[in-house]
Design a protein around this ligand. Structure first.
Ligand code: ADP
Ligand code: MG
Length: 234
């Protein structure tokens, strides 16, 4: 894992510290790492923390949008961006900003589909990976793409679906990523609450508000929030 290059690449979009809308993309070019699961629960946790959240499903598989149709709580707006609408993503985000959305969470496909436009618009990108070599190696193309659009300092990997501690393997990967300055914390442990929450149209903080999975997701949103504010201020 070696994010190369630095600074703002030629494809970078202008980022304004004063923009009322912040854009968090959840992306890595590998399926099954937990993008949709984390996007959904982070969107809910951010709304609970006071953000006006729109979650946008950019994945043609529409898992996040399907979750949205199960929701009865309107705290998070959930919408799809179809592949043929991807060229209008900036305009869609401008409209959301004008309508008062303060945080857009973009869930992306585990392939290159729609990825470049999502990454270009993002203020911060979260890359969920399982604590396995295959996942971490698979994150490299996404990291390269992020560096290419000037997001080197605006990305973090989060270890997801971790075995319950103590797990020397998780600790080893966490130490490596932390040393590179690209680890989002805390890591998220594999818990069925995440699966049951998603299956019922809930974020895990709604499904089991007092549980450890909810606690981890709240803490992860807190970490991302602080990091996004710090990088926007630079
Ligand atoms: N922290 C977690 N604990 C338990 N199961 C999880 C966790 N994160 C993801 N999963 C499960 O892993 C599978 C893949 O997750 P998903 O969010 O669909 O990944 P992606 O969107 O990256 O393809 C799903 O069955 C989901 O319920
Ligand atoms: Mg998904």
């Amino acid at each position: 894992m070696d994010p190369e290059g630095s600074g703002t690449g030629p494809g970078a979009s202008p980022r304004r510290a004063d923009r009322p809308l912040r854009i968090l993309a959840v992306a890595v070019q590998k399926g099954g790492t937990g993008k949709t699961t984390l996007a959904a629960s982070l969107a809910v946790a951010a709304a609970e923390a006071g953000e006006r959240v729109t979650a946008l499903d950019l994945d043609p598989q529409n898992s996040l949008a399907g979750w949205g149709t199960l929701r009865t709580n309107g705290s998070v707006a959930v919408d799809r961006v179809q592949p043929w609408e991807i060229g209008q993503l900036t305009a869609i985000l401008d409209l959301l900003a004008a309508q008062g959305t303060t945080l857009a969470v973009l869930d992306t496909a585990g392939s290159a589909t729609g990825l470049a436009p999502a990454l270009k618009t993002a203020d911060f990108v979260l890359l969920p990976v399982r604590p396995s070599r295959l996942d971490i190696v698979a994150a490299r193309p996404t990291l390269k793409a992020l560096v290419g659009v000037g997001l080197r300092g605006r990305l973090a990997l989060v270890l997801n679906q971790c075995p319950p501690p103590p797990s020397p393997r998780t600790t080893t990967y966490a130490d490596q990523l932390r040393a590179l300055g690209v680890l989002a914390e805390p890591g998220i442990i594999h818990r069925v609450d995440h699966q049951d929450a998603l299956a019922t149209g809930l974020g895990v903080t709604e499904y089991a508000p007092g549980g450890p999975a909810a606690e981890e997701i709240r803490a992860l949103w807190g970490w991302i929030d602080v990091k996004m504010r710090a990088t926007a201020a630079r």
